[in-house]
Design a protein around this ligand. Structure first.
Ligand code: 8YV
Length: 320
């Protein structure tokens, strides 16, 4: 009997020619988790390709035949890997192919904040001729200190892009990266020192129990009152309530956020009412080229499984 693959991503994320690749060895059912027929389909599938939906014990109990969960993305905090492993289910992700796109967006947020691009755009459209407000001034990046919390694949791509700016680079991570330290002149510092020293702090850690609310009240209070906080990793790495308070009270200078504790960001969220933040709707990997690369990697992982081979991008916990 032909095996079944459930694809919960639409055509924009998973182009038809890549769906065809899977169709050569399986029946592919494209259905969104919000579709009323989803549970019925889930009962009979061998593979799922998933976006940000939660894959936990409860989900797995509804998918008795499941053998592989292919995450469309590098982060897999939405997947209970232990529960999958206990049931003999492979978990794969898409490392590497989106690092450049996320690093580009990180720089976009840094420059948008330092040069006040959101205000400048509004000023050019509305106030410039009327002179109802004064030309907004930004601040230079030159001679500033950029601090990375996490210097893995994405963090180091951000550091690579920093080479063209005259900035000092420091980082903290659970593992030292001597290769990157040397290649990109990034200095390792203790966590609290990074918080105190950096003018801009960029977060590049996975969401784990140990990184949940890594940045809370204590950390925000250690930062410079002018410091900017950039987050293109996971919303829950920051205690968002504490951040809103910090921005309101001026403990830090501003924030550039692509990810939030609750997504979509609820209407009327406290952060959306603040002038010193730039918000984007989790678009780190959202470029035509990168989404195609992610879909290609997902297709390769599922295809390998269907052919009885080891999927090439198993999550680290399942690599032996
Ligand atoms: C994806 C992401 O867009 O890779 C990740 O972990 O957060 C994003 O790049 C998201 O996972 C969509 O599925």
């Amino acid at each position: 009997m032909k095996r079944k693959v459930l694809l919960s991503l639409g055509k924009r994320n998973f182009p038809e020619d890549l769906v065809e690749v899977l169709r050569s060895s399986a029946e592919v059912i494209c259905i969104s988790p919000s579709d009323p027929g989803y549970n019925e389909v889930l009962k009979g599938v061998d593979a799922v390709v998933v976006g940000m939906e939660t894959i936990d014990e409860e989900y797995l109990s509804r998918a008795p035949k499941l053998k592989i969960v292919a995450r469309f993305g590098v982060g897999y905090d939405s997947v209970d890997v232990e529960a999958c492993s206990r049931r003999g289910i492979h978990v794969t992700h898409t490392p590497g192919v989106l690092s450049a796109a996320v690093a580009d967006l990180t720089w976009g947020l840094i420059l948008t904040l330092t040069r006040g691009l959101v205000d400048a755009d509004r000023f050019a459209r509305e106030d410039w001729v009327k002179r109802t407000s004064r030309l907004p001034f930004g601040s230079d990046l030159e001679r500033k200190t950029l601090g990375f919390i996490g210097l893995g694949r994405i963090g180091s791509e951000v550091a690579r892009r920093a080479q063209g700016f005259d900035v000092k680079l420091i980082y903290n991570d659970v593992v030292r990266r001597p290769d990157v330290e040397e290649d990109l002149s990034v200095e390792y510092v203790e966590f609290d020192e990074l918080l105190r020293e950096a003018d801009i702090i960029s977060l590049h850690v996975p969401l784990l129990p140990s990184t949940r609310h890594l940045i809370g009240r204590r950390e925000l209070k250690l930062m410079k009152p002018t410091a900017l906080l950039i987050n293109t990793s996971r919303g829950s790495v920051i205690d968002q309530e504490a951040l809103a308070e910090a921005l309101e009270e001026g403990w830090i200078g501003g924030a550039g956020l692509d990810v939030f504790e609750e997504e979509p960001l609820p209407l009327g969220d406290r952060l959306a009412g603040l002038p010193n933040v730039v918000l984007t709707p989790h678009i780190g990997s959202a470029t035509v080229e990168t989404r195609r690369k992610m879909a290609t990697v997902c297709a390769e992982n599922v295809k390998a499984f269907l052919e009885g081979k080891k999927p090439p991008n198993l999550v680290p916990e399942q690599r032996t």
